[in-house]
Design a protein around this ligand. Structure first.
Ligand SMILES: Nc1ncnc2c1ncn2[C@@H]1O[C@H](COP(=O)(O)OP(=O)(O)O)[C@@H](O)[C@H]1O
Ligand SMILES: [Mg+2]
Length: 254
């Protein structure tokens, strides 16, 4: 079997805010071209973990390497190798998709020639050619999210982090977005994606479930369903949360 290259590796990665531990000892290895899902309820620590991996927030403890670069010492290199789509909509509503791409291209340091070339490529990739010159504010949220993904891919990074890209998007647009994620991975990118929609876990190659900052499960959706004898990821998550809650109660009792 072909050996798989590691794209992101963490060891005991932890982030505290005062006495509160938002991310608690996360150790993972994520491979190139993998669609790796972070699942968890609001407050589970998904965004905090992504921000550390993007070099936007320093860890309190532990190690993390992204595209081989250290999150403590090599933030500039990390930024060149990743695309990041934040949880909050990050495009300019008063600009057109075409202008948003030009703006982000400038930020990423692309030349005018490169921007022109990438713009056509990306608009077609995310299916927005016809909307290039409409105002972004007039597009449905699902289209805006595809544009935001396009902007995160402008500088052709090997790894992209998508923080709840389908939040607030209707089911059909969510399916289209997941098709786009699959096409992106097939082009050789590693995709980290967070969601609180449990059924979206089915579309990931592997999923990591988080609760109160801790990893409570990490495997392929198929193996998780088998292990817990469930037919959907929603049911797996409910069973897991219950087990973890009971365990926590027992731990407190001793
Ligand atoms: N800058 C911060 N200061 C204090 N607490 C924070 C900060 N950022 C996040 N938190 C807390 O950390 C926990 C995890 O937050 P977050 O990573 O945003 O979770 P998720 O993305 O899974 O909803 C939450 O309880 C949140 O209130
Ligand atoms: Mg979040």
């Amino acid at each position: 079997m072909k050996e798989r290259n590691i794209s992101v590796k963490t060891n005991g990665l932890t982030r505290r805010f005062g006495n509160f531990t938002a991310v608690d000892g996360v150790s993972i290895e994520v491979y190139e071209q993998e669609i790796f899902g972070f699942l968890g309820a609001n407050g589970a620590g998904k965004t905090t973990l992504i921000r550390m991996l993007c070099g936007l927030l320093l860890p309190t403890e532990g190690e993390a390497y992204v595209a081989g670069y250290d999150v403590y010492r090599e933030v500039e290199q990390i930024k060149r190798h990743i695309g990041y789509m934040s949880q909050r909509f990050s495009l300019y509503n008063d600009l057109t998709p075409s202008e948003n791409i030009e703006f982000y291209g400038g930020i990423y340091g692309l030349t005018d020639e490169e921007i022109k070339h990438r713009k056509q490529e990306l608009l077609s990739q995310v299916g927005l050619e016809e909307y290039a010159d409409k105002l972004t504010r007039e597009l449905p949220l699902g289209f805006k999210q595809r544009l935001a993904l396009g902007c995160a891919l402008l500088h052709n990074p090997p790894i992209v982090f998508l923080d709840e890209p389908t939040s607030g998007v209707d089911p059909e647009a969510r399916r289209e977005f997941w098709d786009l994620i699959h096409r992106t991975a097939a082009q050789g990118k590693t995709v980290f994606v967070t969601t609180h929609f449990m059924e979206e876990a089915e579309y990931c190659h592997r999923v990591m479930m988080m609760q109160e900052g801790k990893v409570i499960a990490l495997d392929t959706p198929g193996r998780l369903k088998e292990r817990y004898q469930k037919s959907t990821m929603q049911e797996v998550f409910v069973a897991l949360e219950k087990t973890v809650r009971e365990q926590n109660r027992k731990d407190k009792a001793v």
